[in-house]
Design a binder for this molecule. Structure first.
Ligand SMILES: C[S@@+](CC[C@H](N)C(=O)[O-])C[C@H]1O[C@@H](n2cnc3c(N)ncnc32)[C@H](O)[C@@H]1O
Length: 381
């Protein structure tokens, strides 16, 4: 029953965002979070092993080599929350390093149920790890995860794989500052950032020769056909990856190969495309390693460590929130619980917690937390 209500909410958001993004004047856009339905999440897994897409391997190499060092810099008793965990494959390194010293609760936060299920099966077998999955948008999931930590526990927030690059730079900084508001002194954020690299290498990572990234992008139109009863002709659109050098980002677009009108029944609209007009579907901003400490400072953190990959320019950054009174103030524990309970009663959804963590579970069963809250500040969140 609760799930059906959530599905309705979810679909009307999707329809509303599609309508708003395709009917806006100027550049048509669709939020990149909608790339990750069941097919999109599976395709992203394939992208992550493509020879051209070195990002995931670099992230994984750094975690494999330095997880023990990273974990040694954290306070003891850590609860791990991961924003947009995907399959969680790389997170194994951090969890295994942590379980050498403690039992660990791990909270993946995902809007894609497929990715969350994969993550639970990928990491669910690690000894001394309890998984509490949250099928929610980032900040909403993080608030819920934070409210479950015990008095003495510190939060380690993982934001890996350069998903921060999907935010516009300003929105990304606002997002990191929002994350900071949920943290206390002694907590930490481990942030992956993909770095600038030669243009051919960058573009190939988003436009591979066998067309997996093209399929990932085009699947967004197929998803609109499936879920919103639209009539996009996929053969009349082409995937395009371009580098915007002034914004230092890769942009993924879908180019209309002819003039055409598409009806989207469940969004209650028709959209006209001129020949060569594009829909902008994703941005991937690139960073310089030396700009990251200043960005940390601006958003309420100090850098506690940075690890760079030598094969594929990529940085893993450990950040600690400034102490209270020094910049930002996190909410206190009661505030957090009150907020979560207010959200819950507003939306009428249920908590079911991990059966392997007797302290947190009375019901047993699926440890999935579902709801859809209004997006907090931009389409990504
Ligand atoms: C680029 S993938 C990265 C996955 C994984 N962290 C990695 O490094 O391979 C981004 C993931 O974030 C999830 N995601 C996107 N927008 C989200 C949102 N607003 N809230 C929660 N999860 C989101 C997607 O479903 C997807 O699995």
């Amino acid at each position: 029953m609760a799930t059906a209500v959530v599905a309705q909410h979810s679909q009307s958001n999707f329809a509303g965002d599609v309508r708003a993004g395709l009917l806006r004047s100027g550049q048509k856009e669709l939020p990149s979070k909608y790339l990750y339905d069941e097919v999109g999440s599976a395709l992203f897994e394939v992208i992550s092993v493509l020879p051209e897409y070195g990002l995931t391997r670099a992230d994984e190499r750094l975690l494999g080599r330095h997880a023990v060092d990273i974990v040694s810099r954290l306070k003891s008793d850590v609860l791990v929350a991961e924003l947009g965990s995907g399959s969680g494959r790389k997170t194994r390194w951090i969890l295994e390093a942590l379980t050498r010293r403690q039992r660990t609760t791990y909270c993946p936060i995902e809007i894609s149920p497929t990715a969350l299920a994969r993550c639970e099966s990928e990491l669910g077998q690690i000894e001394h790890v309890s998984i509490v999955g949250f099928e929610r948008p980032y900040l909403d999931g993080l608030l819920a995860a934070a409210s479950w930590r015990r008095e003495h526990e510190h939060l380690l927030v993982l934001f890996l794989g350069s998903t921060i690059g999907n935010f516009d730079r300003d929105a990304g900084e606002r997002f990191l500052a929002e994350v900071r508001r949920i943290l206390y002194p002694g907590d930490a954020l481990l942030l992956g950032t993909d770095l600038e690299k030669p243009l051919p290498q960058l573009v190939a990572a988003y436009d591979d020769p066998i067309g997996v990234t093209a399929a990932f992008n085009l699947n967004l139109l197929a998803r609109i056909n499936r879920e919103l009863d639209a009539d996009f002709d996929l053969a009349a659109f082409r995937h395009e990856a371009r580098y915007n050098s002034s914004e230092r980002r890769i942009e993924m677009h879908l180019r209309s190969l002819r003039g055409q009108t598409v009806a989207i029944a469940r969004a209650g609209c028709s959209v006209t495309f001129a020949k060569d007009e594009t829909i902008w579907t994703e941005s991937s901003h690139k960073y310089r390693a030396d700009e990251i400490p200043a960005m940390a400072q601006r958003t309420g953190y100090r850098c506690d460590g940075q690890w760079l990959d030598s094969e594929w320019p990529f940085a893993e950054n450990l950040r600690a929130p400034f102490a209270r009174g020094n910049h930002f103030h996190g909410p206190n524990r009661q505030d957090l619980r009150a907020l979560i309970h207010a959200f819950e009663s507003l939306l009428g959804f249920r908590y079911r917690l991990d059966r392997r963590n007797p302290q947190m579970d009375s019901a047993g069963g699926v440890n999935r937390h579902r709801d859809i809250l209004p997006f907090v500040h931009d389409a990504q969140v």
